[in-house]
Write a protein that binds this ligand. Structure first.
Ligand SMILES: [Cu+2]
Length: 167
């Protein structure tokens, strides 16, 4: 009886060792793994593998929330453009982006710092949670401009994040 059991035990031990080593080395393994990866923002759960940690290059000065933006329509010397911008924070669980709605009124100010003047006013519209479109984005002259993403209370700027653009 013992003579037959021994090889089985050896086989089981070997299987356990190889799956442990394999699981540690092969990070891209397709089998579900439910432990939390010690690396920041990465979970072993398959559904979370494509999610990325929050990238926050542009922060609002007061709330420290993040702002991202992109051209929806680039302006020209004769045509105004539009910008979509979003406000978000990092998820407390895995630091993936979570859009945040503000109780304040969003605005976008176009400002030329070297000459101390603005441009024509933009119009900002809320599209969804933490998501805005600024239309009528027009620069009255070429040069270095600031996009000042602002959140106002009673027409006073309560929070602001500034991005630089060359027009
Ligand atoms: Cu100017």
């Amino acid at each position: 009886m013992n003579g037959k059991m021994w090889p089985l035990t050896q086989l089981t031990t070997l299987t356990l060792i190889s799956s442990f080593v394999g699981g540690g080395l092969l990070q891209g393994c397709a089998q579900p793994r439910y432990e939390t990866n010690p690396d920041r923002g990465e979970l072993g759960m398959p559904a979370a593998q494509s999610e990325r940690a929050t990238d926050c290059p542009l922060k609002l000065t007061n709330t420290r929330l993040c702002v991202s933006w992109h051209w929806e329509q680039r302006p020209s010397s004769s045509q105004s453009g539009s910008i979509v911008f979003k406000v978000y924070r990092g998820n407390v669980l895995d630091d993936t982006p979570v859009l945040v709605d503000s109780s304040r009124t969003a605005d976008l100010l176009l400002w030329m710092p070297s000459m101390g003047h603005g441009s024509t006013p933009t119009q900002v519209q809320r599209l969804d949670v933490g998501t805005y479109r600024a239309s009528n984005v027009f620069f009255i002259m070429p040069g270095d401009w600031e996009l000042r993403f602002q959140f106002k209370e009673a027409d006073q700027v309560a929070d602001e994040a500034t991005a630089q653009v060359r027009i």
